[in-house]
Design a protein around this ligand. Structure first.
Ligand code: C2E
Ligand code: CA
Ligand code: CA
Length: 761
């Protein structure tokens, strides 16, 4: 399924392409239109030129027809037919002809030359300016005249309206009018004479009322007059062609329209030329508004379209960017900029699959990191410091990354590292050490050094699990273990941890029930002098006798109570029970363990006061044991609580010294009544010379700070001697006593066993 944004992007791109195609189409169309328009104008101009040429030619023809029509009176005349026929043999007839044709034509029509021609083209009689001249003067015209006669015969040009034909006595057919009278045939053309262009016409002389006269072969009357400037001027007027002119030379180059003037026998005489009245400019002028409108529309479409296009592309680009941003946001943590859980799981799944299928050698290591006391930093220094701390941690972890490593933030103070490498446990340790090292240096935020540590749990797959979720859970379990072990350390996941996690959940539930059902009890372990083993005090230790599981060790269920929010209830129960049980015991120190959770609780001091009042115990008899871990968090607050406890009369011991943080600086912060050197330390003392030396130093230091030094877990005589030699005056351990129920403890205190009961106060 495509997302909405993706669909929008696709449609945006589509719109963009469509718009672009439309533009290009418009541009092409416009170009085609311009070309077509220009071509149309050209065609119109050409057509117009052709029309003008036709007109000029026709006018020329009409001029000739006009010349012949003017002579209709001569050509359609019975007497003329008769007299012309008689003239060659009859002088009177010839004189009549001279008068009616030669002189008349010159006077009436200014025909410079006139002649009567037989059908075979031979000249019967000729006149120049009305006067008869010898036929030989017209010898040069013979072929022209012959052609004209043939043309008149063939073309069917007649004066009047023919309605039928009659057969002449020479066998040819002759057009006749409605009354059956023959009509004169005619023809016209141009000819050059004496360097002058002349209009020559021929017309047949036919009878006007006695058709029988057609029995005679008709004679033609031919006239010539010059094609002169007067003629051109007339044509100019008639055709409204202002500059029409005649040239006998080649066609003038400037003239944009002309017709050739050819003589009857086909020789070029010259040109009639003029400036054509091209409609093109007029069309262009008339089309101008439309062209402007089109141009404006086109520009508008172009501008509007490009705006739309740009906007479309911009929104598409923005969509693409925001899509990328959304994808980034979906996979990254806003504050640190690191990938988030979703992204991490994708990557883990991928890398794990690659390892399982063998594409990748080795394992995928998962390092689950949690800052120790982050909540305290947030609560006391403010969230902005907490945020900055997260950012700096992210920065340092980034620095740690090797190629192929992947770091994510799961929210809060949880970071998870992914590394692909070979090496199993050794690599897990190396990764753990690297993480510890990079986060060890104090963080400086707004000028203040903040000393936070981190804990880390490491698992690796497919060796430990092929399931990414399970692998992460295992790293988390290992992390939990690291926290349990006193923080500021890393732990590799081991199989037994998993079992303990399941057990933990069950135990948590059962512990709640146990408190309610009073299944818990207190055991007491004597604390004795190192030399003589005299009991000078007891340590109260929680015991849980589970109905099915049997005895459950406190170092298993106390952390469960701490994690499960049961510690306050459990601790108060313990204090109340111990104070009540021991109130009446012969005087001895009674040590009670306090969980950091109890000390940090807001109403710890009032509760303590209430229990004291309730049980009637003398606080001076009580030694409260706290571990170093409690000093790490909110030391100001803790110190305040400790001082108040002192003020109430309690003494405070620093428990498990030598294990974990072991910062000697804590010893200077508060006046502890005693320090208890951790059992693990004592158990090494026989084999480890350094341990012995350190023990001596701690004992000396304790003494110089006016503290008693208690060695825990002394199990044999050698250890006893060594710790005594080192300067520990008190000892607690199986060598002397194991923890025991109150009933067993009480009698031990009653009798002065092995010596006086001393109170080392
Ligand atoms: P812890 O405070 O260090 O208590 C001393 C532990 O050392 C006791 O274990 C004790 O039985 C054991 N121990 C003493 N001598 C020897 C010895 O010679 N060899 C060996 N192997 N162990 C010896 P326990 O009773 O199992 O308690 C374990 C831890 O549980 C305590 O360590 C303490 O941290 C915690 N715990 C016990 N009771 C309470 C309580 O009421 N409140 C709190 N907050 N923690 C408690
Ligand atoms: Ca203790
Ligand atoms: Ca201890």
């Amino acid at each position: 399924m495509r997302s909405k944004a993706e669909r929008q992007i696709a449609s945006g791109l589509r719109t963009g392409w469509v718009a672009l195609a439309t533009f290009l189409g418009l541009i092409a169309l416009s170009a085609a239109l311009v070309v077509a328009f220009e071509h149309a104008i050209g065609v119109a101009d050409d057509l117009n030129r052709e029309d003008e040429r036709q007109l000029v030619r026709r006018l020329l023809d009409r001029t000739m027809e006009g010349d012949v029509s003017a002579q209709l009176g001569l050509l359609n005349w019975n007497e003329a037919v008769v007299r012309v026929a008689a003239a060659p043999r009859n002088a009177r007839a010839m004189a009549w002809v001279d008068h009616e044709f030669g002189a008349y034509a010159w006077q009436a029509f200014a025909t410079q030359q006139a002649l009567l021609v037989r059908r075979d083209g031979s000249v019967m009689r000729g006149w120049i300016r009305g006067a008869p001249v010898a036929e030989s003067r017209f010898q040069g015209l013979r072929s022209t005249v012959t052609k004209l006669l043939a043309r008149s015969q063939a073309s069917g040009m007649v004066l009047g309206t023919p309605v039928g034909q009659i057969r002449a006595d020479d066998g040819s057919s002759w057009p006749v009018d409605r009354a059956g009278m023959p009509l004169p045939r005619w023809a016209g053309g141009l000819v050059r004479m004496n360097g002058q262009v002349m209009i020559i016409t021929v017309g047949s002389i036919v009878p006007d009322h006695v058709p029988d006269a057609m029995l005679h072969t008709p004679v033609y009357f031919a006239t010539l007059r010059p094609f002169d400037d007067a003629q051109s001027a007339r044509m100019r007027r008639d055709l409204v062609l202002g500059d029409l002119g005649l040239t006998l030379a080649a066609k003038p180059a400037a003239a944009d329209n002309a017709i050739a003037l050819d003589s009857v026998d086909g020789t070029r005489l010259g040109w009639l030329h003029w400036t054509a009245r091209s409609p093109g400019p007029a069309i262009v002028r008339s089309a101008e508004p439309m062209l402007w409108a089109w141009t404006l529309l086109f520009v508008g479409v172009l501008v509007g379209g490009s705006v739309v296009l740009r906007r479309t592309w911009r929104t598409t680009r923005e969509l693409l960017a925001s899509e990328a941003q959304a994808r980034h946001n979906a996979l990254h943590d806003a504050m640190s900029g690191l990938p988030n859980r979703v992204h991490y799981m994708q990557r883990l799944r991928q890398d794990l699959a690659a390892c399982i299928t063998g594409q990748q050698r080795g394992d995928v290591f998962v390092g689950y990191i949690d800052l120790d006391g982050f909540k305290v930093v947030n609560d006391t220094l403010g969230h902005h410091v907490g945020d900055e701390l997260v950012r700096q941690v992210a920065l340092r972890l980034r620095r740690l990354m090797a190629a192929g490593d992947f770091i994510a933030r799961f929210g809060g103070d949880e970071f998870v590292v992914l590394r692909r490498a070979e090496g199993g446990r050794a690599m897990a340790d190396q990764l753990g050490q690297q993480i510890m090292a990079v986060l060890r240096e104090p963080f400086v935020i707004s000028g203040n050094a903040i000393d936070v540590t981190c804990s880390c749990g490491i698992s690796w797959g497919p060796a430990q699990s092929e399931d990414p979720g399970e692998l992460l859970r295992r790293a988390d379990i290992a992390l939990y273990r690291a926290k349990q072990r006193g923080r500021a350390r890393f732990r590799r996941f081991t199989r037994d941890m998993d079992a303990s996690v399941k057990l933990r959940l069950e135990l948590e539930m059962e512990l709640r029930r146990a408190i309610a059902r009073d299944e818990l009890s207190v055991a007491y372990q004597p604390i004795v002098t190192a030399g003589r083993g005299e009991i000078v005090g007891v340590e109260a230790l929680l015991r849980w006798q589970h109905p099915e599981r049997g005895a459950i060790r406190p170092d298993l269920f106390v952390p469960i109570a701490e994690q499960g929010g049961l510690m306050i209830v459990l601790g108060n129960w313990m204090l109340r029970r111990v104070f009540a049980q021991c109130r009446d015991w012969p005087s001895c120190d009674i040590s009670v363990n306090l969980s950091p959770i109890q000390i940090m609780a807001g109403n710890f001091l009032p509760t303590m006061a209430a229990i004291v009042a309730e049980t009637g115990i003398d606080p001076a008899r009580i030694v409260l044991e706290i571990t170093e871990g409690v000093m790490l968090d909110r030391s100001d607050h803790v110190l305040g609580v400790l001082r108040e406890l002192n003020r109430m009369g309690f003494r405070v011991a620093l428990d498990d010294f030598g294990n974990g943080y072991s910062s000697l600086s804590y010893l200077r912060l508060f006046q502890f009544e005693r320090i208890k050197i951790d059992r693990s330390f004592v158990s090494n003392i026989e084999s480890d010379a350094d341990a012995n030396a350190i023990l001596c130093t701690i004992a000396a230091l304790g003494h110089s700070l006016r503290m008693k030094v208690v060695a825990e877990g002394v199990e044999n005589e050698t250890q006893r001697q060594l710790v005594q030699a080192a300067g520990c005056e008190l000892v607690q351990g199986y060598l002397f006593w194991k923890p025991m129920p109150a009933e067993d403890m009480r009698p031990l205190l009653g009798r002065p066993a092995g010596g006086r009961l001393l109170r080392l106060a």
